[in-house]
Write a protein that binds this ligand. Structure first.
Ligand SMILES: [Fe+2]
Ligand SMILES: [Fe+2]
Length: 217
């Protein structure tokens, strides 16, 4: 691994500090995995790796602000990133970083303008999938207050309204199993398909354990 630049090291320490105390699903370990994923995709797609690394590190730095009711964390993160990076990197790189951060969020439905932003969005989505994705569903801030699944219909086999605030398993159906369809890049889509397949296998196994292996349900 190449020697980290002074700026990256400094930003990394600030992010670790700012995100301490957040639930395991959204703390620095998430950021670190997103960075690794983004760099892997970025190498395949010839992206600007410095832009990608800084954007990944800073994309969720505003999460605590959002929890405190200060607004959307993507907007807060972009504001903090501007404060930290202005004058320390080229203007065109800063523009790409801020656009990537501002538009990374799944629920915003926005599309970043530059390749690096599209890659960050894919990396962030990939971390919601696969073995890590499953672990994150059950370690998020909501984990202590919501049920594992709806006891009447755990695997969404009726046309009931999904409620992932109430039932953790509903989150697979409201969001996670749909992510592979909206990936931006080819390598991102390929990895999302692999991870989604693993999640479906998990759901099949869970169904067997919850409903019984002789059950047709
Ligand atoms: Fe985020
Ligand atoms: Fe994130």
């Amino acid at each position: 691994m190449p020697c980290k630049s002074e700026l990256i090291r400094k930003i990394e320490n600030i992010v670790k500090d700012k995100m301490s105390g957040l639930p395991p699903s959204h703390n620095f370990s998430h950021v670190d995995r997103v960075r690794r994923l983004a760099l892997e995709l970025g190498k395949e797609l010839n992206a600007d790796l410095e832009v990608l690394e800084l954007a990944s590190l800073l994309h969720d730095i505003g999460l605590k602000g959002e929890l405190l009711g200060e607004g959307d964390h993507a907007t807060i993160s972009a504001r903090i990133a501007r404060e930290l990076l202005a004058g320390k990197i080229d203007g065109d790189k800063l523009e790409k970083i801020l656009d990537a951060i501002e538009n990374h969020r799944y629920s915003s439905g926005r599309r970043p303008k530059y390749l690096e932003g599209l890659i960050l969005q894919d990396a962030d989505r990939l971390d919601a999938l696969g073995a890590v994705g499953i672990a994150r569903v059950f370690t998020s801030a909501k984990a202590n207050t919501r049920e594992f699944y709806n006891p009447e219909d755990p695997f969404w086999e009726t046309n009931r309204k999904l409620d992932d605030k109430e039932f953790a398993l509903d989150h697979f159906y409201t969001k996670l199993l749909k992510l592979e369809e909206i990936m931006n890049t080819e390598p991102g889509r390929k990895e999302a398909k692999r991870r989604t397949k693993f999640m479906i296998h998990f759901l099949d196994e869970l169904k067997r354990e919850v409903m019984g292996w002789n059950s047709n349900r």
